[in-house]
Design a protein around this ligand. Structure first.
Ligand SMILES: Cc1cc2nc3c(=O)[nH]c(=O)nc-3n(C[C@H](O)[C@H](O)[C@H](O)COP(=O)(O)O)c2cc1C
Length: 228
């Protein structure tokens, strides 16, 4: 008899616990539901903010570092393009020249350039830029005339002399037919070690059209989000 009552009481307890448990679970579920209802809103707001900040950063290039325009030019086209880019973006401007200047005679220069390429030479360069200064830049506009379907060898010297890792490199070039820079893309990607080369965004202008392209160059800079 005692045993039966005990079992009966146990059953009542089990029933009460089960009911209480259900209630608790129900409450937890409700809380969870409220949480999930609240979560998407919070998350959405967060994402939106991050996205907006990212978009602003792209739009205005609000990276911490500075922007550099570095270029080589023989007959002056890249010199013009580089000046417009620097002026439009407010970037610093540095010219690379060969220590042993290229001859004024065009054909002699063509021959020397070919020889240097065949020898995979690294002509010594004159450049007003220390390693410490280079470290301050996070974007480098990299300008060159196509020489023998590639970048001029002094620009190899430049790429091999400086640490460009972590930087964004944006090429701009001039040519007389090799509008996509031919081998230049591969060269820059291989020699600007550790950088992100935005060759798909590169600006390429035929030599004879450079003089009338100031606005196009400025628009390109603005379109990339580097306008002042
Ligand atoms: C040595 C040399 C090699 C050249 N090789 C090429 C070439 O392979 N493909 C091309 O389209 N233009 C070639 N060009 C033409 C130049 O890329 C073009 O004239 C460019 O606009 C020159 O820029 P700059 O005035 O800044 O020197 C070459 C010019 C020189 C002097």
């Amino acid at each position: 008899m005692k045993k039966k009552r005990w079992i009966g009481m146990l059953l009542v307890f089990v029933l009460l616990f089960a009911l209480a448990g259900c209630g608790a679970t129900g409450q937890a579920q409700n809380e969870k539901k409220n949480e999930t209802e609240a979560t998407p809103q919070t998350e959405a707001t967060k994402t939106e903010t991050v996205e907006t900040e990212a978009a602003d950063a792209v739009e205005k290039n609000t990276g911490d570092g500075k922007t550099l325009v570095v270029y080589f030019s023989y007959t002056g086209h890249l010199d013009s393009m580089a000046h417009w880019i620097a002026d439009e973006s407010g970037a610093d401007l540095v010219r690379v020249t060969a220590k042993e200047a290229y001859p004024e005679d065009y054909d002699e220069t063509v021959d020397r350039a070919k020889k240097e390429q065949n020898e995979d030479a690294r002509p010594e360069i004159d450049i007003d830029l220390t390693d410490e200064q280079m470290a301050e830049y996070d974007t480098v506009f990299f300008g060159f005339p196509v020489w023998w379907y590639d970048i001029p060898m002094p620009m190899y010297t430049f790429l091999d002399s400086y640490d460009l890792s972590g930087k964004t490199v944006i090429p701009f070039l001039s040519h007389e037919g090799s509008s996509n820079g031919a081998n230049a893309r591969k060269t820059i990607e291989e020699h600007a070690v550790g950088s992100t080369v935005r060759f798909d965004d590169a600006l390429s202008i035929r030599g004879g059209e450079v003089d009338s392209s100031e606005q196009a160059v400025r628009d390109w800079v603005d379109g990339l989000g580097f306008g002042k």
